[in-house]
Design a protein around this ligand. Structure first.
Ligand code: CA
Length: 221
């Protein structure tokens, strides 16, 4: 999952970026409204965290511009405490959810997970498919019999994306785009290595290769 964090408070942005990376998200940061609007148009983010009080262009305008040009990516707005009107205006402008500052990181994380599940996995409470359940808090897999397998950071990121998009053909380049940050070198051959590691842990049949097209988690479409 690749997220855009729009936040002009450098300290907060740095802290959030670090903690979200620990949770297996790739994070790009924009510190003003104009850069944010541009990145939101050009890059294929899975979710955007949008502070409303921004230099150069207010967050609400950025959100309205995205929505009026058909960009429907999930957006969680970060609002000032007690500013109830910001929440109302933000939701009316097309935000999917909001978190009021100051917030507990765990609350933000739970909202991110819920909004992403709503947007791609149609509201499933847990990421379960084909006999395996992904525990996002522990970055581990639980098998049907209850056995628990710990994943490395990259295995977790990859498996989460595959499970959220089960049954769809995912090319190596798409997978790389959603697992790496803007400045990262995106080597899609590395994806193959990690797919093979997941197969070794979870069984070969769970991730199928479609020659020349990519990978499918679960049944072929
Ligand atoms: Ca701000």
């Amino acid at each position: 999952m690749r997220l855009l964090l729009v936040e002009d408070d450098e300290g907060l942005a740095r802290e959030l970026r670090g903690r979200l990376r620990d949770e297996g998200y790739a994070i790009d940061v924009a510190a003003n409204g104009i850069d944010a609007e541009h990145l939101g148009r050009e890059e294929d983010y899975d979710l955007i965290l949008l502070d409303l009080g921004l230099p150069d262009r207010p967050g609400l305008d950025v959100l309205r511009h995205w929505r009026s040009s058909g960009i429907g990516k999930p957006v969680i707005i970060l609002t000032a405490r007690d500013a109830w009107h910001e929440k109302v205006d933000g939701l009316k402008a097309g935000a999917d959810d909001y978190v009021a500052k100051p917030f507990h990181f765990k609350e933000l994380l739970a909202r991110i997970q819920a909004v992403i599940r709503r947007s791609v996995a149609k509201g499933a409470e847990q990421l379960t498919a084909f006999g395996i359940t992904l525990n996002e808090d522990q970055q581990a897999v639980v098998l049907e019999g209850g056995e628990r397998l710990q994943l490395t950071g990259t295995e977790f990121k990859l498996l989460r994306y595959l499970m959220l998009h089960r049954g769809k053909i995912l090319s190596k380049s798409r997978l790389a785009e959603h697992l790496y940050e803007f400045d990262d070198e995106r080597d899609s051959n590395v994806i193959e290595v990690y797919v093979n590691r997941l197969r070794q842990k979870l069984g070969k049949q769970l991730i199928q290769t479609l020659r020349g097209q990519g990978y499918v988690f679960g049944n072929k479409p």
